[in-house]
Design a protein around this ligand. Structure first.
Ligand code: AMP
Ligand code: ZN
Length: 470
């Protein structure tokens, strides 16, 4: 097999990648701020990370993926304050929705989804280390700031010069207490609003809450150790978020925080180009409403390389719907085939090699899709010819399954009715919660309820899948 190569933002070059321990890829993917449901732009980034994850598995490695849920920040706090509730009351339904949307898009489960508010002690400990090492200071306002001038190499990821850093940073007018306008907050002194909404905790510097970047450093190191293999996010996170994650983590440990930094480009919307048939879509709910299947949206996202901008247009979604229809038809035909000409085996082997090569070349999913279509065209021609070779069909099935284990672009045959689907999702969410609470009797009862309506469910490494069997 060829080597696996990834573009590393840190070096600005495509480099050969293998996990440090030779077995498990330890990756951290910055997750959603759970203030309101994630939009399709967010999901483009999560799909790029899903692609990476699946290619890692295709290459024979294991994954240890951490995706954080940012459940305390300015918007959440002001939202909670306006509604007269706690931050948890704002974020809980959004977290639930995030997992539902993610499951709809067939984004595989990360191994760990830690939330910021569950890791305050880790964050306080990290700030303490930075203060002890002379890299952070408590200002008069009771907040703690990172002194970027004290860290050698600050800016190495974004490669911004000091002048750019200054204009890029969100310099707040009333932050006079900072020693340097570019210093960023590690710990923010609590305001009345924070206390009122349950967004304040005790610390050696008084009541307060974590700054934006702190959670990712603390939780990444807690679950992945001082040095991880790959850190991912959307391109907008390079500065200041990832730069500051590096400062916090490397300032505390002296070890490299991540070996590879991978960033996905943005999804854009171009109103004027939005289709006649498929109107404006911004969320997963819109996709469902417009009849755009998960398979079609995945196909649409994977049709463009993750490091190129992608425009959300009705035409492109239509083309992807048509594309996955073809792929689905081929899957059904292959499933039903009883024999083929021996040539099909060679065709399958060639396709598999091409797809693995494309995906290993900095996740070139568009090229992989191209090879899949070539495979479908050639295989269809062989199947048209007839033939008795069962092994050839088996080989083609295996190849197709292997390719689809990464792309996951077969549409559901006939979609179940939306009301039933919503009911099942709700029951599955309750079952997940019951299992998390180790209430297995309740979880089993919920399974029974689901099965009683003719739905079979299957728990796999990628979460729970269900289908209607009668
Ligand atoms: P947020 O919920 O804002 O913290 O963002 C979650 C993830 O979505 C981050 O990795 C962002 O970089 C990414 N993201 C935000 N907007 C877009 C977009 N329009 N296209 C692609 N990724 C995005
Ligand atoms: Zn982060």
């Amino acid at each position: 097999m060829t080597t696996f190569r990834l573009y590393n933002t840190l070096t600005r070059a495509v480099e050969e990648f293998a996990p440090a321990d030779g077995e498990t890829v330890r990756m951290y993917t910055c997750g959603p701020t759970v203030y309101k449901p994630a939009h399709l732009g967010n999901f483009r980034t999560f799909l790029f990370e899903d692609l990476l994850r699946r290619v890692v598995v295709l290459r024979g490695w294991q994954t240890l993926q951490v995706m954080n849920l940012t459940d305390v920040d300015d918007k959440i706090i002001s939202g909670a304050s306006e509604a007269g509730v706690t931050i948890g009351e704002i974020t809980a339904p959004v977290v639930k929705k995030f997992h539902e949307d993610r499951a709809f898009l067939r984004i595989q489960d990360a191994e760990i989804y830690p939330s910021a508010t569950d890791h305050i002690p880790e964050m306080v400990a990290l700030v303490k280390t930075l203060v002890d090492r002379g890299l952070a200071y408590r200002a008069e306002d009771g907040s703690v700031y990172f002194a970027i001038g004290k860290l050698h190499g600050y800016g190495k990821l974004s490669r911004l010069d000091t002048r750019e850093v200054k204009t890029g940073a969100r310099v707040i007018q009333d932050d006079y207490s900072k020693e340097n306008a570019q210093d960023f907050a590690l710990w923010k002194a609590a305001k009345e609003e924070d206390e009122k909404t349950g967004a304040a905790w005790d610390s050696p510097w008084g009541r307060g809450r974590p700054g934006w970047h702190l959670e990712c450093s603390a939780m990444a190191m807690r679950y992945l150790g001082e040095t991880m293999d790959i850190h991912c996010g959307g391109i907008d996170l390079i500065f200041p978020h990832h730069e500051d994650e590096i400062a916090q983590s490397e300032g505390a440990t002296g070890a490299p925080f991540a070996r590879f930094w991978c960033h996905g480009e943005f999804l854009l919307t171009d109103g004027s180009k939005m289709a006649k048939r498929i109107g404006n879509v911004a969320t997963v709910a819109d996709l469902k409403e417009q009849g755009v299947s998960a398979a079609a949206f995945r196909h649409f996202v994977f049709s463009t390389h993750y490091r190129k901008q992608l425009n959300l247009s009705g035409e492109a979604l239509e083309a992807s719907l048509e594309g996955v229809r073809r792929i689905g038809d081929f899957a059904a035909r292959l499933e039903a085939a009883r024999g083929a000409t021996p040539a099909l085996e060679t065709i399958a082997a060639e396709a598999e090699k091409e797809v693995v090569e494309a995906l290993s070349d900095d996740l070139n999913a568009p090229a992989a899709l191209g090879s899949l279509y070539t495979f479908i065209r050639r295989a269809n021609a062989e199947l048209d010819r007839g033939g008795q070779d069962r092994a050839a069909v088996e080989a083609a099935r295996k190849t197709f399954a292997r390719i689809n284990s990464v792309l996951d672009v077969i549409p559901e045959e006939a979609g179940p009715d939306p009301e039933l689907a919503a009911w099942v999702e709700e029951k599955l969410a309750a079952r997940r919660a019951a299992r998390a609470a180790r209430d297995f009797a309740r979880a089993d009862a919920l399974r029974g309820e689901i099965e009683a309506r003719g739905i079979s469910i299957e728990d796999g490494p990628h979460g729970t899948r269900w289908k209607k069997i009668r």
